[in-house]
Design a protein around this ligand. Structure first.
Ligand code: ADP
Length: 652
């Protein structure tokens, strides 16, 4: 891994190693300004050893507000916030760049419920957000170019080391570059030289404004990987020309576009994409430019980053989610503690998932992220106490890890012979294998902190009382919910969990209905397992689409597989009953019956019920201090389980 820890000169700036955090919106800005939480978020990554942090996008013009919580650089009042971030990261030897941003037509959200006028190179609609932009006139183009330079000056005044013009993912400069979006006949449209004019003018203006001491680069999609996206040849030609003109200190390569469903999952690729799959795009950019090339794309472990650099595909690697998940990852890698790294599993749930939902980003494995002001530094307990944790799913494991890290003496009981609870089921599903990494990571944390494990030991209320611990954390999880059904004869009805545990094998062979209430990974996963085992599968969902409750990129990746595997999707139905050769459903809007004939199996993915008997028994005991966490309180997801584990352990 030595190459990973060699310094790299990026124009006038030298970064101490090749690990960086690429620009990602945190939803931690307020009123367009940096907050204390945002400062602490970046401080943690800098202290953890990252060589470079590229801050989230900063809007350069009023029309750049693509969400209601975007960070802005249009007023001098933004400068003190940038200065605080720079002051927080610099003492660790970490450099910090800002992203200069205009989304053009990629406006995701309104500011007040009403949609603003959006701008682009031409009036070509956005497929994903259903935006019809207005063609930019030359006066407004000039105003926006000035905005880029003025924003760069504010970031410089804040003490940032570099600026990056965001020309990736189909944002405004890419809209000009892309002949499918730029239909202009003036000097900004037509051949590539003209389509590049907007980005060239921005870079010239920024360069002239900030002078030679600040690094100036671009982020670009090596290919937008979309039928209407910027094609690789044009992206390469643009990089080559800007490099030839001496306008760049670096190129940061990614792939995909915000403009479509299929293009956008590359923005934060879910676990179905191979680690480092974008490296070949960076390698081709590297062939046409002289300046350093950075790359992002599901690089979650230092050894993978090291390999990409050694192969010469890129000079530095964005390990953005890896740092969201484990801010100390670079330090651990450098100190030979790589096995202690909490590797990102690319579940997307609390990072980009929170961003899309409008909440500050976090991590399901490490809920301290995004909550650094509260949980940023472990608070040692004043007295070491005996703590009993019951249940070895994600909730119990996190409680055990944090309680032990705080100095308590922790014993965790798990009824089964294996830790992991429902996460083990998730990781048995197609495209979800990596999910199990969350349990390996949590187990590692808890055992390194000194927690003891009693596996194959179902704890009872009596024995807990006999142990008389100072605190009991109950994390007994959930069991499958089976709704009341109307049945005739002896239909084949199974729970999704049982089918997953059986590897997707189910008798009789034939047409099978998966009744999916929660529209999460369970219904889709079991449907795909059954299809892979030769069943003809119908997935009947209560909402408009399977996977509705999952983060968009995860959902789309899984739903794409459903279509490719010819699994029939039946939206807007609830399960009513079954007989030996039919499944009976009801339309959720009309109430009309919907019958699937010649269906010989019904598989229920109807969520779960809390496994809360032990909690009820113990909670009534005045001599015990008992806290219930996770699914045994109310079945939700790993995110809430781990967060509640943290909170419970924090208060012991
Ligand atoms: P959560 O997501 O809240 O952590 P899970 O359902 O994933 O919940 O995990 C709960 C774990 O608790 C399961 O592994 C289950 O075997 C275990 N468990 C349930 N009851 C007991 C008990 N009485 N003693 C020990 N372990 C238990």
């Amino acid at each position: 891994m030595e190459r990973l820890f060699e310094p790299l000169a990026i124009g006038p700036v030298t970064i101490k190693n090749r690990i960086f955090s690429s620009g990602h919106d945190t939803v931690m800005a307020e009123d367009g300004l940096v907050t204390d939480q945002l400062v602490e978020y970046h401080r943690a990554r800098a202290e953890g050893g990252a060589g470079l942090i590229v801050m989230q996008v900063s809007g350069v013009h009023e029309s750049a507000r693509y969400t209601s919580h975007v960070l802005m650089a249009t007023e001098d009042s933004s400068i003190p916030g940038y200065a605080k971030v720079a002051a927080a990261v610099h003492p660790s030897g970490c450099k910090i760049f800002g992203q200069l941003f205009h989304p053009g037509r990629e406006v995701m959200e309104s500011q007040d419920g009403s949609m603003p006028v959006t701008w682009s190179a031409s009036s070509v609609p956005n497929e994903r957000f259903k935006v019809m932009p207005r063609e930019l006139d030359e006066r407004t183009i000039a105003e926006i170019v000035v905005g880029y330079a003025a924003a760069a000056l504010r970031l410089q005044a804040g003490g940032l080391d570099g600026v990056e013009v965001v020309a990736s993912h189909g944002y405004l400069p890419a809209q000009f570059l892309n002949s499918s979006v730029n239909r202009r006949s003036d000097s900004y449209g037509g051949d590539l030289g003209n389509r590049l004019r907007f980005l060239r003018e921005i870079l010239e203006a920024v360069r002239a404004a900030v002078g030679p001491t600040m690094a100036v680069g671009i982020r670009i999609s090596g290919d937008e990987l979309d039928p209407s996206g910027l094609v690789e040849d044009d992206a390469l030609a643009a990089c080559a020309e800007l490099d030839r003109l001496g306008l760049l200190d670096y190129v940061s390569v990614t792939v995909g576009t915000s403009a479509s469903l299929s293009g956008s999952d590359h923005i934060v690729p879910p676990m179905s994409y191979a680690v480092g799959y974008t490296a070949s795009y960076a390698a081709r950019v590297k062939k046409v430019v002289k300046v350093p090339v950075l790359v992002a794309g599901r690089i979650n472990q230092p050894q993978d980053a090291a390999r990409i650099i050694e192969q010469g595909s890129a000079d530095a690697c964005a390990m953005t989610r890896a740092l969201i998940c484990d801010p100390e990852m670079p330090a651990k890698a450098m100190e030979g503690r790589a096995e202690e790294i909490r590797a990102c599993i690319a579940c997307n749930q609390a990072c980009i998932g929170h961003f899309h939902a409008g909440y500050p980003i976090s991590c399901i494995q490490h809920p301290e992220t995004g909550r650094e002001l509260l949980y940023g530094r472990i608070r040692r307990a004043t007295v070491s106490r005996n703590v009993v944790v019951i249940g070895g799913g994600p909730a119990g494991l996190k409680a055990a890890a944090v309680a032990a890290e705080r100095g308590h003496s922790v014993t965790l009981f798990e009824a089964r012979s294996r830790l992991g609870g429902q996460v083990r089921l998730a990781s048995a599903l197609p495209e979800r294998e990596e999910f199990g990494g969350a349990i390996d990571n949590l187990y590692g944390e808890a055992s390194r902190a000194g927690a003891r494990f009693e596996l194959g030991h179902a704890a009872t209320a009596d024995e807990v009382r006999r142990m008389a611990p100072a605190a009991v954390v109950v994390a007994t999880g959930a069991k499958p919910r089976r709704p009341e059904l109307e049945t005739m004869g002896t239909p084949s009805i199974s729970d999704a969990w049982a089918v997953i545990s059986a590897g997707g094998r189910l008798k009789p062979q034939g047409r099978t209905v998966v009744a999916d209430w929660r529209s999460d990974w369970v219904g889709i996963g079991v449907a795909r397992m059954l299809a892979a085992n030769g069943h003809s599968v119908v997935i009947a969902v209560g909402g408009y689409a399977p996977g509705e409750s999952l983060q968009q990129y995860v959902r789309d990746s899984l739903v794409r597989s459903l279509y490719r595997e010819r699994i029939e999707i039946m939206p807007l139905v609830r399960i009513v009953g079954a007989d030996e050769d039919s499944v009976y459903l009801q339309h959720v809007l009309t109430g009309e019956p919907v019958i699937v004939e010649q269906a010989y199996n019904l598989v229920l993915a109807q969520g779960s019920l809390p496994e809360d008997e032990l909690l009820r028994e113990l909670a009534g005991d005045e001599n015990l201090s008992v806290t219930g966490i996770g699914d045994c309180l109310a079945p939700r997801t790993v995110e809430e389980a781990v967060l509640e584990g943290l909170r419970a352990a924090w208060t012991i």
